[in-house]
Design a protein around this ligand. Structure first.
Ligand code: GLA
Length: 394
């Protein structure tokens, strides 16, 4: 897939003949460890080659002008560096605005306005972290244009703060971390409680990771996401009446089983079970990948999906249909939903020789049941957010 001529678009849209600098932040997939990041557990994401490009230049005044080639109907969205409050009318541009606001509030000097053109090739609403990608690309734009050195973990935390305090989604730190710290051909095993992390080479022998987009938009994702988070907080508070733990990440499966009776609501108990077991599965899965035991890794992916379906209840008909169809195909090591759920994408590890067969069969099964086709992309694991050359933006 080729990108539009971004330089030409920048110069035409902003009527600006200068040459801007170019930045890129990826999207992400999560191999395993879902809904664990705000529960003090581990996640295992990787940044992908789809992402958000930003062409940016400083101005001599205090004006900020944003344009997205993905939302041409919104036109140029303009505001002033001295008024960065959230504004519904500014739509998608609230993400970069929030980043600029919070980076300034963290003590970094941003003294001039900017023209920034955004272009994302992450499928929209697919749960591949397009919003974290916009946040982190804005972070590296500011670093580049204003000669700042922003500690990367700090930038990641600011991205999360934008989601939580500016946009209003109570998300964890996984997406910004994967997008900000991604490394080509590696996944990141992150302990979301301590922020300790390590890179793990993705060794798949003769297999690839296929991203399957259900093409069901993640409607309700925000409100249901916040609801899950509240349920987990309630369950944790129940456990804390007798256990001195900080989060579900502090519990083994056995300890959970011994104390689950303390959680006095059946639904909350299921949510907590997922959070505890999923964390343990993630630690285990990273070990299996390191040992090259792909079959065991795939089995843990499958268990993860079942737990998200039955205990956490964030899958839904579309994701369940595509994942169970994937499980039945020859050459499939494992498959699961990825990201927040409620629609969006699944991933599957598939033998290279079986890719065409896999896609055809899934297309048939899914289209017959759901009424519209899924989309497929072979995942390439690329680097985290950074400045790039014009050549790389083509
Ligand atoms: C979204 C959030 C992440 C994480 C996942 C679920 O992507 O932004 O913080 O909670 O859902 O694992």
């Amino acid at each position: 897939m080729k990108n539009p001529d971004l330089l030409h678009e920048f110069q035409t849209i902003f009527d600006n003949t200068n040459t801007p600098r170019i930045f890129f932040a990826p999207g992400r997939i999560n191999l395993i460890g879902e809904h664990t990041d705000y529960n003090g557990g581990h996640v295992f994401p990787a940044s992908i080659s789809f992402g958000t490009y930003a062409l940016a230049q400083t101005r001599d005044d205090q004006k900020l002008r944003f344009y997205s080639l993905n939302f041409p109907d919104s036109g140029i969205i303009e505001c002033d560096l001295n008024n960065l409050d959230y504004d519904d009318a500014h739509n998608w541009a609230n993400f970069p605005k929030g980043m600029i606001k919070f980076i300034r509030e963290s003590g970094f000097e941003i003294t001039r306005g900017m023209d920034i053109l955004f272009y994302g090739n992450i499928p929209n609403g697919a749960g591949l972290s397009s919003s974290a990608s916009i946040e982190m690309v804005t972070g590296v734009v500011l670093e580049g244009l204003f000669d700042l050195v922003i500690d990367r973990i700090k930038m990641i935390q600011i991205g999360q703060k934008v989601e939580n305090d500016y946009i209003g989604v109570n998300s964890g730190i996984m997406d910004q971390f994967a997008v900000g710290k991604g490394k080509s051909d590696h996944a990141i095993l992150l302990n979301s409680q301590t922020l300790d992390y390590q890179y793990a080479p993705i060794k798949l022998d003769n297999h690839v990771i296929i991203i399957i987009n259900t093409n069901k938009q993640r409607t309700l994702a925000g409100s249901k996401y916040n609801e899950r988070r509240t349920q987990c907080e309630q369950a944790l508070a129940d456990l804390q009446t007798e256990l001195s733990i900080h989060s579900f990440g502090d519990l083994t499966n056995e300890e959970f089983e011994q104390h689950k009776h303390l959680i006095n609501n059946e639904v909350n108990q299921k949510r907590a079970k997922h959070a505890v077991y999923e964390n343990q599965r993630t630690i285990e899965a990273a070990k299996k990948l390191e040992l090259g035991d792909l079959d065991a890794f795939g089995e843990l992916m499958n268990e993860s999906h079942k737990s998200l379906q039955v205990d956490y209840e964030v899958t839904g008909l579309e994701l369940d249909t595509i994942v169970s169809a994937a499980w039945e195909q020859p050459g499939v090591i494992g498959a699961r939903m990825t990201g927040a759920g409620f629609g969006g994408c699944a991933i599957a590890i598939v033998e290279k020789d079986q890719i065409d067969n896999f896609k055809n069969n899934l297309d048939n099964i899914y289209t017959t049941k759901i009424g519209y086709p899924p989309s497929f992309y072979v995942a390439t694991i690329g680097d985290g957010a950074k400045e790039i050359t014009e050549e790389c933006a083509k």
